[in-house]
Design a protein around this ligand. Structure first.
Ligand code: PNS
Length: 163
């Protein structure tokens, strides 16, 4: 059984994340979308809130092999605890590559048997990030089409209150 873990801050989960998840769900038997539960990163959305939005996406998209999870500590330890042999990450631009190159080196140093696979974003999504969604939403701009439709209203209202 091929099990993958798709980790991230997902603050919030965007349509770029959804694109990666769709590809991964088609390739792996089970995919865990794992929200980093690390208060040092000061996320805007709480871990439960982020997981709830991911669960809503799983339900709306009718993904049968996708689960929502959360972790703190080392990603490779979490991956091992759920028997995942693969880490899944998305790549948008060359700047992502440098960051991913570094994370991969650390993870492979810790557990060489766990490999990371990457999905390139379509050019239309290459500009998109959770931080741009947060900024647009906090200033009252439209986030329509940037986050999964099932979460748009929730994120819009939540970010408007944040300001
Ligand atoms: O969405 P992000 O913030 O780019 O995701 C980063 C993430 C969660 C993949 C990374 O910060 C991570 O794996 N953190 C857990 C701690 C860890 O395992 N560190 C070693 C690799 S740098």
């Amino acid at each position: 059984m091929k099990i993958g873990v798709y980790p991230g801050s997902f603050d919030p989960f965007t349509i770029g994340h959804l694109e990666v998840l769709k590809s991964a769900a088609g390739l792996f038997d089970i995919v865990y979308v794992a929200v980093l539960n690390n208060t040092a990163k000061s996320p805007v959305f709480g871990v439960e809130e982020r997981m709830e939005m991911i669960r809503r996406v799983i339900e709306t998209e009718a993904f049968e092999n996708v689960r929502a999870g959360s972790f703190n500590g080392l990603l490779v330890d979490y991956a091992q605890s759920i028997d995942a042999q693969y880490i899944i990450r998305g790549l948008r631009a060359i700047t992502d590559f440098e960051y991913e190159f570094q994370i991969d080196a650390v993870n492979r140093h810790l557990k060489p048997e766990i490999r990371t696979v990457y999905f390139m974003a379509t050019p239309a999504h290459s500009f998109l990030s959770s931080s741009s969604v947060r900024e647009i939403g906090e200033w009252g701009g439209s986030i329509e089409g940037l986050v999964p439709h099932c979460n748009t209203d929730y994120i819009r209202e939540r970010l408007a209150r944040q300001k």
